[in-house]
Write a protein that binds this ligand. Structure first.
Ligand SMILES: Nc1ncnc2c1ncn2[C@@H]1O[C@H](COP(=O)(O)OP(=O)(O)OP(=O)(O)O)[C@@H](O)[C@H]1O
Ligand SMILES: [Mg+2]
Length: 361
């Protein structure tokens, strides 16, 4: 994300400095780089003191340090209070509830024993409050025997939603309150890795659902009073309701394709929002698909790219590698955007990319 944010910022003459725990982070060679823990108070504070404006591309950052930076007169977008609220799925869900934002019914839980009291609430999804990421803090509890594996930490149980689709609407709000949404994208998940496998945009939805999802995304960012870019992940249920699953206050996996497929990319839009510039036109130029490039199962070590030439021959295929030297199973190594005016050939090309371009070691 940082790499693509910097890419978008170059054309606007923005000078970046980077803080990342990984010395080999995908953006480490693109701008002055500090290696350090994002969760460490002093590290974040010291880093931020030399910046005019601080932003994030991952939520797991020391919020106390960000608050101190605001107190010292720095601009921090998204606001530390918003990051704090979103860091915990429990406070996030409570926020939706108190603000009348449609979301699946839930019960807060403190530990395993607590979850096990709610057998009558099954089938449900058990989520960790904090530090779940890429599906790691999420598990389905279908029946009584699944209660055995309940998380033994503060979290929640949420009704299992029988959804028809999972969609995402990315919305931006600038410092002066201008709000602009992107067309919804539609996600298809990898059954084992619990990562987005394919994505299609604009999502194929009825006009009513399009309107409702757009309304909800605007409502969430306004009620959060947030400046920046917010990805609103939603379920479209089989009875045509739209429910918010969770939000991410930053550029998002569901917006990669906007680099090629929309007039303004999500990365540029994020920068426009936090720099209080006019927000860009988000219109879709062409239907698009996005395929995440995950490290192939069974391979760990120095990454090798198989099938690159074959996919580059296909018109409308845009490869983005993230510059990660080492691969391991399901590691996000890059993504590919595919565009086509015809939906059927778009899907065929997406499958071709998925089956041809492999990251092995
Ligand atoms: N209540 C629910 N009913 C049905 N499926 C759900 C529910 N909650 C989550 N899921 C499924 O689990 C996936 C991961 O859940 P969620 O987005 O809350 O977790 P996450 O750890 O933040 O994942 P990621 O980082 O990949 O977004 C969802 O995208 C969805 O497919
Ligand atoms: Mg999610």
């Amino acid at each position: 994300m940082g790499r693509m944010l910097i890419q978008a910022g170059m054309d606007l003459n923005i000078n970046f400095s980077i803080l990342d725990p990984d010395a080999q982070a995908p953006c480490h060679q693109l701008a002055p780089f500090t290696q350090g823990k994002l969760t460490d108070y002093q590290t974040v504070l010291d880093f931020g003191k030399d910046c005019d404006l601080i932003t994030i591309e991952i939520e797991n950052v020391n919020v106390a340090a960000l608050k101190e930076l605001v107190r010292l007169g720095k601009k921090v977008y998204p606001q530390p209070e918003v990051i704090e609220l979103i860091q915990d799925k429990r406070t996030q869900k409570q926020f939706y509830q108190t603000n009348n934002i449609p979301t699946a019914e839930f019960i807060l839980t403190n530990n395993k024993e607590d979850v096990q009291k709610h057998a009558a609430f099954l089938p449900a999804v058990n989520k960790l409050g904090k530090e779940g990421y890429d599906g790691r803090g999420v598990q389905i509890l279908r029946n009584q025997s699944d209660l055995e594996k309940a998380f033994d930490a503060p979290g929640l149980v949420e009704k299992l939603v029988d959804f028809e689709k999972e969609i995402s609407v990315i919305v931006a709000r600038s410092e002066n309150g201008e709000v602009v949404t992107f067309p919804a994208a539609e996600m298809v998940f990898h059954p084992e890795a619990n990562l987005v496998e394919y994505l299609f945009a604009p999502a194929q939805l009825t006009p009513n659902i399009v309107k409702e999802a757009d309304r909800i995304a605007r409502d969430v960012i306004q009620k959060l009073n947030m400046t920046g870019l917010l990805a609103v992940e939603m379920f479209v249920t089989k009875d045509q309701k739209v429910l918010v699953n969770e939000v991410a206050p930053r550029p998002h996996n569901s917006g990669h394709q906007t680099i090629e497929a929309n007039i303004t990319s999500q990365y540029e839009q994020h920068l426009r929002a936090i720099l209080n510039l006019p927000l860009g036109d988000t219109s879709s130029i062409m239907p698009s698909a996005m395929v995440n490039l995950l490290g192939e199962e069974g391979y760990s070590g120095l990454a090798k790219y198989e099938g690159l030439e074959e996919v580059l021959k296909v018109p409308g295929v845009y490869v983005h590698f993230y510059g990660k030297k080492l691969t391991k199973p399901f590691r996000k190594m890059g993504h590919v955007t595919i565009t086509d005016t015809n939906i059927e050939s778009l899907k065929a090309k997406a499958h071709l990319v998925k089956n041809t371009l492999k990251i092995i070691a």
